[in-house]
Design a protein around this ligand. Structure first.
Ligand code: GLA
Length: 683
């Protein structure tokens, strides 16, 4: 059984039939069947059509859509339709509309026009979700519930009075008393001592920098408040249709929502991803988000939305050149997706997204886009056996939202240039280039099965998290500006890396952020390379905190700065199996190469630059992201599922093309290997 009751890989997209006269629907489903579409996401923005007046439903049109889909072999990822409240709701109850940080109430006329804390909004969503579940729970087309849509896309936070009251309740729960809040927020600074919870507001626009601890709690609260909205609807769906899986579409590596928490609340992880066709490195950036999606529940996931060609919301919306739509879809599957779906099925005639590409373009069946749609549908069918197969990674990157929120608090950090996504990518890029499989893990996550754990940044690190890393028996790499604060954003006594000091055997004497355009050179693996963005003045110490100078105790110096303000100072260290970098070298490959070798981590396959290699079960994906043909030497023979050809030895992969090999010997090889470190839950 796959993620839904649909077998094979999912193919299809958002379908908005309410934007078209009914006679078009027949053509839609005929063409869906022709293209091999097996799932459509419906009713995402249909609230105002489904409930035109309070409590009065018009399900007739959606009944006909659901019947038509089913009759043509297309399952429904049915939305609860709560992503945009209808005009009557916001006009009758203007307090449903969100308020920004300056106190301005935002008006209706776009989407997601709601305050996440509004009881009126929440009650209305739950009522609609129940009506949908009762109406369609037994419909044979129903395969998955899609709650709301892209939470936090436009509305992550609301600063109204209702939100303020909700925030205070959340704070009382977290801190127990107003004294607890004062202590956690360090309100003695700048005279902010509170004597009652009702004096506390959301971090609205203030004359100067807002208390960073208040901002941190606000970030936590906003993620939780939206999650409550999701959970309220999910409860109803679970009650009425317990057998139907529930999802909500994530937005890749999104700052606003703690996806570890969110993923735990849904049955299936799904994601929307829009790599920019104009950015030659976007396939690397997006690969990281795909690996995150797979890691969130340690199971396959669904690429629920991507663009067939151009999007409509960038400065310039570049189309996908020939081959890219197919390659990017295969890439998602290569990283654990059990479906490659799109926004949207038929290109819109009106509205802000009328120039957004679709599986069926304005030009209709004569268009290049439609030919690509037919070809992709056929390819995904050929890959049906890949659905449900696991990915095994021996390297994990640590990503925690609390720490991310702390790190990127505006206006109070040593540098605003340390951005978590870039820090993650600095490690992920070389791992990706080396063909090494990577998972992501949350702080305190299960590390069994991993040989290398890399924390590109752990600005916020508790004693418990330090103990978690200490207990990890494999190789550990910790990036700069880690172990700086506790969970209330208060600096650890004695300075960074705080509770990680014994493990890493270093102390940060002073942070040395580098302004744009400046570098701090260091000698690494025999070469002088620049560190950009960040460096630190490190002291090498033993576990007791005694400075060891050049005796090093248990701490080795792997690299020193050469030239610049930090000339001769320690840049990178190793204590036991724990490497610490006090800077971000331009390229971390030399550090990585050594650690991977010491840990015995092998690449999935040896491939030339620009070629991506991933493995799912017994399948090897080789994706050529360059525009030129490349040669790859296959370590073992197999059958290319895309062409049906048996391949062995050296092969050529044309530009923007792919090979998906069912490996011939993998069954035998697997039993030969001593204890494969498959992650729990992935077998
Ligand atoms: C997201 C949304 C869709 C649409 C697309 C456009 O995926 O969920 O409704 O707006 O973006 O790229």
């Amino acid at each position: 059984m796959g993620l839904t009751r649909v077998s094979g890989l999912l193919f299809g997209g958002d379908y908005n039939p309410e934007q078209w006269p009914e006679h078009v629907w027949d053509e839609d489903v005929r063409l869906m069947a022709e293209a091999g579409v097996n799932m459509a996401t419906v009713a995402v923005f249909s609230w105002s059509r489904l409930e035109p007046r309070p409590g009065e439903y018009d399900f007739g049109w959606l009944d006909r859509v659901m019947d038509l889909l089913h009759a043509n072999g297309v399952a429904a990822d049915l939305a609860t339709a709560t992503a945009t409240p209808p005009p009557w709701l916001v006009r009758e109850h203007p307090q449903v509309l969100p308020v920004d940080a300056t106190g301005t109430r935002l008006d209706f006329g776009s989407r997601q026009s709601y305050c996440p804390s509004s009881p009126v909004f929440r009650t209305a969503t739950v009522r609609l979700a129940r009506a949908m579940a009762e109406r369609y729970g037994d419909h044979p087309a129903l395969a998955m519930w899609h709650i709301s849509n892209e939470y936090a896309d436009h509305t992550l936070e609301c600063f109204c009075e209702e939100s303020a009251r909700h925030f205070r309740r959340w704070l009382r729960e977290r801190h127990g008393s107003v004294d607890g809040l004062n202590a956690a927020w360090g309100t003695s600074c700048w005279g902010q001592h509170y004597t009652a919870f009702d004096q506390v507001n959301p971090p609205r626009k203030a004359p100067g920098p807002v208390n960073p601890a208040q901002l941190l709690d606000w970030r936590r609260f906003c993620s939780d408040a939206l999650l409550e909205c999701f959970e309220l609807e999910r409860e109803v769906l679970r009650e009425v249709t317990p057998e139907i899986p529930v999802t909500t579409n994530f937005m890749s590596v999104l700052h606003g929502l703690d996806y570890w928490k969110w993923a735990g609340a849904e049955d299936v992880v799904s994601d929307d991803a829009y790599p920019d066709p104009a950015d030659p490195t976007s396939h690397v950036t997006v690969a990281l988000s795909y690996d995150l999606m797979r890691s969130l529940r340690r199971q396959p996931w669904i690429l629920l939305e991507q663009a067939a060609s151009a999007v409509s919301w960038r400065e310039v919306n570049a189309p996908k050149p020939p081959g890219m739509m197919r390659l990017h879809s295969l890439q998602a599957v290569a990283h654990g997706a059990d479906g490659a779906m799109f926004f949207q099925w038929r290109q819109a005639k009106y509205g802000p997204e009328k120039f957004h590409s679709a599986l069926l373009p304005h030009g209709g069946v004569a268009s290049r886009g439609w030919r690509d749609t037919l070809a992709l549908g056929a390819d995904l069918k050929r890959l049906a056996e890949v659905a449900g197969t696991p990915t095994t990674a021996h390297v994990a990157l640590v990503l925690g939202w609390d720490s991310w929120w702390g790190l990127e608090a505006p206006e109070s950090m040593p540098s605003n240039r340390l951005r978590l996504k870039e820090l993650l990518q600095a490690w992920y890029g070389p791992l990706h280039a080396a063909g090494v499989a990577v998972d992501l893990v949350p702080p305190l996550g299960d590390l069994s099965g991993y040989r290398v754990v890399i924390a590109p940044n752990l600005y916020m690190c508790t004693g418990e998290q330090a103990a978690w890393l200490e207990a990890f028996p494999g190789h550990l790499v910790v990036g700069p500006f880690s172990g700086v604060v506790d969970s209330d954003d208060q600096v650890h006594e004695g300075g960074a890396p705080g509770p990680l000091r014994a493990l890493l055997g270093v102390t940060v004497d002073e942070f040395w952020p580098l302004p744009e355009g400046t570098v701090q050179p260091l000698r690494l693996a025999g070469r002088v390379v620049p560190a950009r963005t960040w460096a630190e003045w490190l002291r090498v110490e033993d576990a007791s905190g005694d400075t060891l100078g050049d005796a090093f105790g248990g701490t080795e110096v792997l690299a020193r700065y050469e030239g610049g303000d930090l000339d001769g100072q320690v840049a990178i260290t190793r204590r036991g199996k724990a490497v610490y970098l006090g800077c971000l070298p331009e390229d971390v490959t030399p550090v990585l190469t050594e650690v991977l070798a010491a840990a015995g981590v092998e690449p999935v396959a040896v491939v030339p630059e620009g070629v991506e290699a991933t493995r799912r079960g017994d399948h090897l994906f080789l994706l050529n992201h360059t525009t030129d043909p490349v040669k790859v030497d296959l370590a073992e023979p197999g059958t290319d599922l895309l062409t049906g050809r048996d391949l062995a030895g050296p092969i050529e992969i044309p530009g923007r093309d792919a090979v998906v090999l069912r490996l011939a010997n993998s069954g035998a090889r697997r039993t030969d290997t001593e204890s494969p470190l498959t992650n729990e839950g992935e077998r």
